[in-house]
Design a protein around this ligand. Structure first.
Ligand SMILES: NC(=O)c1ccc[n+]([C@@H]2O[C@H](COP(=O)([O-])OP(=O)(O)OC[C@H]3O[C@@H](n4cnc5c(N)ncnc54)[C@H](O)[C@@H]3O)[C@@H](O)[C@H]2O)c1
Length: 392
């Protein structure tokens, strides 16, 4: 169980790029990184495209104004001159900027924690992989929903054969907040999401389904997609060619099959992860609006609800337990868990502790690249008239 004690020798000197006052996701990064007060110290920032607003915000959060920078280049350059300069940066800017900022940070010897979807092209991911390896640096990806402890219970149940052979994977991440085009016109954080130059080749496939896809990889590490078929729609015409709804069918190499639905036009839906794994003996199902409960259905037996933090769960699940039974956990703890794992990975990399790195289950660069591969294949299939495409 985690009770906030330090896991690494001292907090990492940390900066944020993007994630300023008006951003959707910035606070979640700070919630995750600073929750335990032992893994990160926020010492610098280039929070905002608007320099004055960024500085005012940084000072409000207690960052020294002289270390609030107008842009990421100045941050990297000025921090490199300091003995106590930053060691790790988080990138929470719109998608089109991720690649160039990651590359610049790695070249300056900084570890990187970057938002999803990581980059636009798999080749960019491979270039960054090579650079990170050469420099001995970690790149983590903030699949922020993936730190819920019960997802690790699901992983253990699948790996231990509790479900039998895995036959079907049912994935859903949908909401209805873009059922009209109001946000596309007026909301700072939505306008760029439907602009291919900034968002990339997809809207909801990148914005939403990369989370769910990673969670399926986390739960079923042995399932590899052989081929997929994607059908994508733009119910709001002005979003074309970007989709606001998509269905994907998957065939896995071991004969299992899967289905994913992602949408931001599922009117009336306020939160929307649902993951159901169906085996030859039993099924498990988890939803993010009830993250403390896991449904376990054994064929021919009464349905069971497993509750977070209970002793009957696998130790690998309870290792990332924070509050104990009786008290509900949610998204902040999920983010804190993935940020803690990034810190453990960075610390292990610096110490050359390969064993820790080999056993740490977290959203690493490899999974960020898989997210790009997923989007690329889905778009390729959809744009070829929804035909099956070989995955690799
Ligand atoms: N992991 C998650 O759960 C999650 C949730 C939401 C968004 N995201 C991702 O986070 C990223 C940001 O999304 P958002 O919704 O917060 O966007 P947003 O538009 O709401 O906020 C972007 C922030 O970055 C700043 N910014 C923009 N360009 C910048 C630059 N070049 N340098 C410094 N700051 C810059 C803006 O001023 C703003 O503060 C996207 O890649 C998105 O896909 C992830």
């Amino acid at each position: 169980m985690l009770i906030g004690e330090k896991k690494i020798e001292r907090p990492l000197r940390w900066a944020m790029i993007g994630g300023g006052r008006t951003s959707n996701v910035g606070y979640k990064h700070r919630l995750g990184a600073l929750r335990d007060n032992t893994a990160y110290e926020l010492v610098a920032a280039a929070f905002d495209i608007d320099e004055a607003r960024g500085r005012e915000f940084a000072e409000n959060l207690g960052v020294d104004g002289s270390r609030s920078y107008p842009d990421y280049r100045t941050l990297i350059q000025e921090e490199a001159k300091r003995e106590d300069g930053v060691e790790v940066v988080s990138i929470a800017t719109p998608n089109s900027t991720h690649f160039e900022i990651t590359k610049a940070a790695l070249n300056a010897g900084l570890h990187v924690i970057c938002e999803k979807p990581l980059f636009f092209e798999v080749s960019e991911g491979e270039e960054i992989q090579k650079l990170a390896d050469e420099k001995g640096l970690i790149v983590g990806v903030t699949y922020g929903f993936s730190g819920h402890p019960l997802l690790l219970q699901m992983r253990q149940m699948v790996q231990n054969g509790d479900l039998g052979d895995i036959r079907m994977v049912e994935l859903q991440y949908t909401h209805g907040f873009n059922a009209t085009d109001a946000g596309d016109k007026f909301a700072e954080g939505q306008k760029w999401r439907v602009d291919p130059k900034i968002a990339g080749k997809s809207f909801v496939l990148g914005d939403l389904s990369t989370h769910t896809f990673f969670m399926s990889e986390l739960i079923c590490p042995d399932l590899k997609i052989e081929k997929l078929l994607c059908d994508r729609q733009s119910f709001i015409e002005s979003r074309k060619p970007l989709e606001d709804n998509a269905y994907v069918l998957m065939h896995y190499t071991n004969g299992a099959v899967g289905r994913l639905w992602t949408s931001s036009v599922n009117a009336g839906c306020m939160n929307g992860h649902r993951i159901r794994i169906i085996g030859s003996k039993a099924s498990i199902e988890w939803r993010d609006n009830q993250p403390n409960e896991l449904t376990y259905e054994v064929q021919g037996e009464p349905i069971q609800t497993m509750i977070r933090a209970m002793d009957y769960l696998y130790p690998e699940c309870n290792e990332y337990e924070r509050l104990g039974a009786l008290h509900a956990e949610g998204l902040p703890e999920s983010w804190a868990n993935i940020y803690l794992k990034f810190a453990i990975a960075i610390d292990a990399k610096r110490r050359g502790d390969q064993e820790t790195l080999d056993h740490l289950v977290y959203p690493s660069l490899e999974y960020g690249i898989e997210g790009i591969r997923w989007i690329t294949n889905c778009v390729k299939s959809a744009d070829a008239g929804s035909t099956w495409v070989a995955y690799k």
